[in-house]
Ligand binder design. Structure first.
Ligand code: 3HC
Ligand code: NAI
Length: 711
């Protein structure tokens, strides 16, 4: 390393610089991820000025301190008044530097971080480097020259693919794409960067500006790649604002001089910044990180989590077993008898056989995974596991019998979890001698795919058990949300209410097909009646029958679903439900007989059907969801509104670009939501009771976001 003559480092703010031999080293040190906040932008600009002025410096090296190069623009600044210098200006300054500039990348070089690197003249990537332009995931486009420089450097096709997918490329891929010039062999980007810079000095390497790179030389191929991406994006990103803007900006790289392309990129970037989708997506970004900060994760350390047990090998037990096996854990499954155990094992194997069929797994890899799986009918096999997840029938008697066995055999300190959907976990905990070890872990179906994990916290559970739930989520790559005990916890409790609102609208005159379409047009992948057909109408039917005796006689009860279930029409698995699924089709077609059943039910209930617009449908659907969401926060079932948002983003297909139901409510305005509820209450005051929290927030002129900051 050439560090013979070093100047003292200039250390003020997050960007420092010092000379090492002939190389002017600029270090960005802005924990946690070296985001490009205003002080970093100022520091970088000042550092380039200082490099120009330093006659002893022949090259410049930019590196990041800590685990990353630069993770991108500071997302927290979006939506606030911009502070100069802008990042495009800083990037231009780097590119215009009269001395060769090297970026030595380790860890993340994402978004604006990659744009800084692209403005340098030479790039080196350490093995840990992750390069990408993930702006699309935040409702944005690369706004500091990425849309102009990346296509010029690597060509339209790969540049657009990176921008539209938002994915990260590793160091090797970045080299093969031409995004970087050299691969590092060790993780120390500084020393390798210095070596590279000194080699460039020795070779008298010239300044090399990315804006002059020539990957767009084949105009025909570039145009074809652009049009292909445009057609594909029009099909795939329905309703999303920024993907088409990305294509428009990249098109400018083909058709306009660099400076004009930059101006267009800026204009489009600012349009994206102003879009509510940007606000929704950035809310989602922070919310999914905030949910990790539950009080118990701050207060306690998780227990050991090496070996797991599952009781019940049905839909959920098998799915949870797969999730754990995929995370490398050994799994012991308990079933009630040998035939059920064989079925449980089959359910697990079926998932891996499906992967083998698709060519995504080898039979050898399956065998290696299944070697960690064992099944028994005796509970004694669970004596040494660290955690057990119970997933037997949804019946309190059956669950208590299982927990009595767990209490008998499990080692002290083992976490005893239930996957119940609705049952009272406090009651389950009270039935064993160690209630402090009992927690709810509510997975979603299919459990090996769905990201949400509600961590349900009963009164007597100890904090380290809750922290273990969060640790398990991390291990399984799930998104954990802390929930309190109540009927349905956060998600299913709210679902029950807006599903009723949908049923009311169906009886009042909207068809299930119209409601599904409105909900899809809002951004959901499926409407509520399609979901019911997919999950199986029999599950809800059984729950309704079980709860019939306790139903408030004054509450409106729509019987259409019961009429459909009485005919044995449970959805896809029976080839008809709300929709017809001829010959096992997965997409249903409307069923005139269902519409006839609805007509009869309307008549029986004395209802004259009326027309609903799509907007009216969504107003009611969302008002019901938001109001119950407010109740759930009010009763501390969810810690904050953002916990409700994350639950719906990851468990219920809520469109991410709207940020979640509570963020959406803030976007609409809480006074408007409350006014809607009060208007609907004129027809049905039992169902439409404004949540006290919603009323309170409106009276104080506050919004849900104000409660997200309070924890
Ligand atoms: N701005 C502000 N804060 C950021 C940030 C950013 N760009 N990226 C991460 N953070 C914060 C997180 O919120 C978190 O804060 P917390 O500890 O208070 O919760 C902290 O940094 C650590 O983040 P992670 O928990 O995500 O850390 P990981 O190590 O798991 O992941 C990462 C690191 C891969 C860099 C990940 O944080 C990430 O993907 N960040 C976002 C990258 C991104 O989207 N960049 C593009 C920004 S937009 C842009 O650059 C526009 C430009 O084109 C003009
Ligand atoms: P399932 O009926 O598919 O499976 C239950 C399994 O438990 C069966 O294989 C049965 O043989 C076994 N079992 C019953 N009694 C047992 C006992 N005493 N000992 C050992 N095994 C026993 O049911 P599913 O759908 O997997 O549900 C299981 C639990 O998960 C329920 O509490 C349910 O509410 C909950 N849940 C279900 C979801 C779903 O979408 N199906 C989603 C989230 C939670």
């Amino acid at each position: 390393m050439a560090t013979t003559t070093s100047s003292p480092s200039t250390s003020s703010g997050p960007v420092t610089f010092e000379r090492r031999g002939d190389v002017f080293v600029v270090t960005i040190d802005n924990p946690p991820v070296n985001a490009l906040g205003v002080d970093v932008r100022r520091g970088l600009a000042a550092a380039i000025d200082a490099a120009e002025a330093d006659s002893g410096a022949t090259a410049v090296l930019i590196v990041g301190a800590g685990r990353n190069f630069i993770a991108g623009a500071d997302i927290r600044e979006f939506g606030k008044t911009p502070q100069p210098p802008s990042l495009p200006e800083v990037c231009l300054k780097i590119e215009n530097c009269s001395k060769p500039v090297v970026a030595a990348i380790h860890g993340a070089a994402l978004g604006g971080g990659l744009e800084v690197a692209l403005s340098a003249h030479y790039r080196l990537a350490a093995p840990s480097a992750k390069l990408g332009m993930p702006e699309v995931a935040l409702g944005l486009l690369p706004g500091s020259g990425g849309t102009q420089r990346a296509p010029r450097l690597v060509g339209v096709k790969p540049a657009l693919e990176l921008m539209l997918s938002g994915r990260h490329a590793g160091a090797k891929e970045a080299l093969s794409l031409g995004l970087v010039d050299r691969l590092g062999t060790e993780a120390d980007a500084l020393s390798e960067g210095l070596t590279y810079a000194n080699e460039l000095i020795a070779a008298k390497a010239p300044v090399r500006r990315t804006r002059e790179a020539t990957a767009l030389a084949d105009a025909e191929a570039s145009r074809a790649a652009l049009e292909a991406a445009r057609a594909d994006t029009a099909k795939k990103s329905r309703g999303l604002f920024s993907p088409m803007k990305i294509i428009e900006a990249v098109e400018a790289a083909l058709t306009l001089p660099f400076d004009e392309g930059m101006a267009l990129e800026r204009k489009l970037f600012l349009q994206c910044i102003d879009s509510p989708q940007r606000a929704g997506l950035i809310h989602a970004f922070f919310a999914e990180r905030e949910v990790l900060k539950a009080p118990e994760t701050k207060a306690a350390r998780p227990r050991a989590l090496d070996a797991a047990g599952i009781v019940g090998g049905g839909t959920m037990g098998a799915g949870i077993a797969v999730a754990m096996l995929d995370a490398g854990m050994p799994v012991t499954m308990i079933e009630r008898d040998e035939p059920s155990l064989a079925r449980g094992r089959q359910h697990v194997e079926k998932v891996y056989d499906g992967l083998i069929k698709k060519g995504r797994m080898t039979p050898e890899a399956k065998a290696a995974v299944m070697a960690r799986f064992s099944g028994f009918t005796s509970y004694d096999a669970l004596a040494q596991v660290d955690i057990v997840v119970e997933a037997v029938f949804e019946d309190m008697g059956v669950k208590k019998a299982v927990f009595a066995e767990l209490d008998r055999v499990c080692k002290p300190g083992a976490v005893l979890a239930t996957n119940t959907s609705y049952l009272d976990i406090d009651e389950i905990a009270a039935s064993v001698s160690r209630p402090q070890d009992v927690v709810g872990l509510h997975f979603f179906s299919p459990a090996n795919i769905m990201k949400l994990l509600e961590i349900v916290v009963p009164a007597k559970v100890s904090a380290d058990v809750v922290a273990t739930g969060f640790e398990l989520a991390k291990k399984l790559k799930k998104v954990p949300v802390r929930a309190g005990v109540c009927d349905g916890f956060i998600g299913n409790r709210i679902l029950a209410v807006y599903r009723q609102a949908a049923d009311h609208m169906m009886e009042d005159g909207a068809s299930p097909y119209q409601i599904d379409e409105a909900v899809r047009n809002f951004g959901y992948p499926m409407g509520p009646f399609q979901v019911s057909d997919l999950a199986g109408g029999d599950i809800g039917w059984a729950t309704r029958k079980r709860k019939a005796a306790k139903r408030d006689p004054k509450a409106r009860y729509v019987q259409i679903a019961d009429r459909i279930c009485e005919r044995g029409w449970f959805g896809q698995k029976t080839q008809r439900g709300y929709y017809l699924y001829p010959e096992g089709a997965r997409t249903g077609v409307p069923d005139p007989e269902v519409l006839a059943i609805i007509d009869v039910e309307r008549e029986r209930a004395g209802i004259t059907p009326r027309a609903f617009t799509e907007e009216e449908i969504m107003r009611r659907y969302m008002a019901a969801m938001i109001n119950e969401g407010a109740n759930v926060v009010h009763q501390r079932i969810a810690l904050r509104p953002l916990d409700v948002d994350v639950t719906f983003l990851y468990g219920y297909g809520f469109p991410r670009h709207r940020g979640g139901p509570m963020k959406y409510a803030d976007t609409v305005g809480l006074p408007k939501v409350l006014a809607d509820i009060r208007e609907f209450a004129k027809e049905d005051p039992v169902f439409w009771q404004p949540s006290p929290l919603l009323v309170d927030l409106v009276e104080r002129g506050a919004d849900f976001a104000s409660l997200n900051q309070s924890e």
